[in-house]
Write a protein that binds this ligand. Structure first.
Ligand code: 5GP
Length: 190
C-alpha cells in the first residue's frame, strides 16, 4: 500500500535493525486519514470471507482495526493485556511474550464478546515473531471460534511470524512488508 509505505519512509524511524518507531502516525499521534485508508483496504481484501467479527490487541491495533470494522460493518473486540477488578465474568486468558518490552502479559477477553461459532479477522499493527497473533489464535480456539484471516499493517518480513502463521495454515495479508532496516534505510519486500 503506497500511502503506508510513504508514511513509513517519511515518518518512521528504525531504532535498530529490529524495531521500527511509528509513533508519529500509528500508535501515539495517529494519522486518521491513513487509518481510514488502511481500514478500507483490509475491508476490500477480506470482503468475501464471510467474516463475522474483528479482533485486535490493545492498544496499537485499535486504530486500524476500528476503521476496518467500520468499513466492513462488523463488531470489534479489543483483547486486553491487563485485567482489572471490574473485569469479571467468564474470562479467556493466555500468556503472551511481548516483542517490544521483553516481558509477558496475560492476553484476556470476556467470553461473551468472543462467543463460539464466529469467523474472526485479526487485525494488528505489527507482525514480528507472531507471539501476539498466536495468543489471539489460542483465545479464539478456546472460545470455539475460528480465525479466518490475519491483516497486518506492518510486517517485518525478516522475522519469523509470517512463516509460523503460514505453517499453521493462516493466510496473512500485510500492507507493508519490510525486508530490512537500519538507521539509514528501510527496504520493502515484494
Ligand atoms: P510479535 O508478537 O509478532 O513478535 O510482535 C507483535 C507485537 O509487538 C505488535 O502487536 C506490536 O505492538 C509490537 N511490535 C513488534 N515489532 C514492533 C516494532 O518494530 N515496532 C513497534 N512499534 N511495535 C512492534
Amino acid at each position: 500500500m503506497q500511502m503506508l509505505k510513504d508514511a513509513i519512509l517519511e515518518r518512521g524511524k528504525a531504532l535498530n535493525q529490529d524495531v521500527l518507531l511509528v509513533d508519529s502516525f500509528l500508535n501515539h499521534q495517529v494519522d486518521v486519514p491513513l487509518m481510514k485508508a488502511i481500514g478500507e483496504e483490509f475491508a476490500k481484501h477480506f470482503a468475501d470471507k464471510g467474516l463475522t467479527r474483528i479482533v485486535t490487541i490493545e492498544s496499537s491495533g485499535i486504530a486500524p482495526a476500528a476503521f476496518t470494522a467500520l468499513a466492513m460493518g462488523l463488531p470489534l473486540v479489543i483483547m486486553k493485556k491487563q485485567t482489572s477488578k471490574i473485569m469479571n465474568g467468564d474470562l479467556l486468558q493466555t500468556t503472551v511474550r511481548s516483542f517490544t518490552k521483553g516481558t509477558q502479559y496475560e492476553l484476556t477477553v470476556k467470553h461473551e464478546f468472543l462467543p463460539a461459532g464466529e469467523k474472526i479477522l485479526l487485525i494488528d499493527d505489527f507482525l514480528a515473531s507472531g507471539e501476539a497473533a498466536f495468543g489471539v489464535l489460542n483465545l479464539v480456539q478456546q472460545a470455539g471460534s475460528e480465525v479466518c484471516g490475519v491483516g497486518i499493517v506492518i510486517e517485518k518480513a525478516f522475522q519469523s511470524g509470517h512463516q509460523r502463521l503460514a505453517d499453521e495454515g493462516m493466510g496473512v495479508y500485510s500492507l507493508a512488508r519490510i525486508a530490512s532496516m537500519s538507521a539509514d534505510a528501510i527496504t520493502f519486500a515484494e
